[in-house]
Design a protein around this ligand. Structure first.
Ligand SMILES: C[S@@+](CC[C@H](N)C(=O)[O-])C[C@H]1O[C@@H](n2cnc3c(N)ncnc32)[C@H](O)[C@@H]1O
Length: 357
């Protein structure tokens, strides 16, 4: 009985990763016929075989024996990690410098943490199987959560299609200004998510910005028609989120990291410190992220470093940040600023990538 349960689990995970029995045989060195027997519950498996299979399938050994998995009706989620990309455009998005970041990541780590996930360019690129993503922006996090949940995902698609059908200049402002109304506090997760994605696609330059009262204040992008999602891409994200152990929260970064520990990897991409001569885009949410917040972040970085987590942080190359992190490793890279409300501030800027390893 146990052999069949374990075999079924191996087969499901192998299928969801789109790996053939031949591939798995090549990766693990276990004969293909033996893999077939294991999957059908017809083989006695040694501990060594279990270990090889769990490494190849990126599972923990304990997951193979997790009974709760077998009690659930089985839903197979197929996704392609190479096609996972952000579903919103986000100021500070890291798509341009993924190569620079990736080449500085640790090779092995346990869980992945991203406390300022934003559009999640690195998160989707890595597609971790265990992790925790977080952002203080509740509308954004409502979108991640709605995409992950099977039932909410279908409702979200329906609402996005509704926004697309209704789109006009006037409709944009009607939806944008919903957050000025008391009732918006009771909006459902899916309504918040659909509004956020629609506004992101229909607004000027794909910018998410709120004013000091927390109200979304970006003008319309004046588009005749708006496409809020690509069906195949969104299903791919849904399948990935639904089938992996990725926790999603909307907390302050410090709280979101209480469970990070030795051997975990944390990528920090906070709102950046501003260059002395630079302008004013710091408003992803109504709480601004000034020097006091940067110092609080440094404090969290130091505590986690002492715990033995692998840490990587991006920020502007300002003297304040260089000085704050001077005892860590630092490289300067050039990044393109694609989104800025002031066209003069688009262009190349120097960023730091700081690591504690
Ligand atoms: C630079 S953006 C992240 C960009 C992102 N990595 C990407 O690739 O699109 C910073 C994010 O931090 C979030 N944020 C601001 N203050 C925060 C806080 N105190 N705790 C958690 N998240 C916060 C903002 O909502 C914003 O999405």
């Amino acid at each position: 009985m146990l052999a069949l349960l374990v075999g079924t689990r191996i087969k499901d995970v192998r299928n969801s990763l789109m790996i053939s029995q031949e591939d798995l045989s090549r990766i693990t060195g276990i004969e293909r016929t033996q893999i077939s027997k294991i999957e059908n519950g017809n083989a006695n498996i040694t501990l060594e075989t279990i270990e090889r299979l769990s490494i190849a399938l990126k599972l923990r050994v304990a997951d193979l024996f997790d009974e709760s998995y077998y009690k659930k009706p089985q839903q197979i989620y197929v996704y392609n990690t190479e096609k996972l990309t952000p579903f919103v455009k986000w100021a500070g998005g890291k798509t341009q410098i993924l190569g620079e970041i990736k080449s500085r990541m640790p090779i092995n780590y346990n869980s992945y943490f991203e406390p300022f996930v934003g559009g999640g360019a690195l998160f989707f690129h890595i597609a971790p199987q265990r992790g925790h993503i977080n952002d203080s922006n509740l509308d954004l996090i409502s979108a991640y959560r709605s995409i992950k949940d099977d039932a909410k995902f279908n409702q979200l698609i329906t609402k996005l299609e509704e926004h697309e059908r209704n789109h006009s200049e006037q409709y944009y402002y009607q939806i944008r200004d919903l957050d000025r109304e008391e009732a918006f506090n009771d909006a459902s997760q899916v309504d918040r998510a659909a509004r956020m994605i629609y506004l992101n696609k229909a607004c000027f330059n794909g910018l998410y910005r709120v004013n000091s009262k927390g109200f979304f204040n970006v003008p319309s992008g004046k588009k005749k028609t708006v496409k809020t999602f690509n069906r195949e891409a969104l299903i791919n994200i849904h399948n990935y989120l639904a089938s992996n152990k990725v926790e999603i929260s909307s907390l302050d970064f410090e709280e979101a990291l209480v469970e990070a520990e030795y051997g975990d990897f944390v990528y920090f991409d906070p709102p950046y410190d501003v260059f002395e001569e630079q302008s004013n885009f710091t408003s992803y949410s109504k709480e601004s992220f000034g020097r006091d917040e940067q110092k609080r972040l440094l404090n969290v970085f130091e505590k986690l470093s002492q715990k033995g987590a692998y840490l990587m942080l991006s920020n502007h190359n300002t003297s304040f940040i260089r000085d704050s992190y001077k005892k860590y490793n630092m490289s300067v890279i050039n990044a393109k600023r694609m989104i800025n409300s002031d066209a003069n501030n688009r262009g190349n800027v120097e960023e730091l990538i700081i690591t504690n390893y």
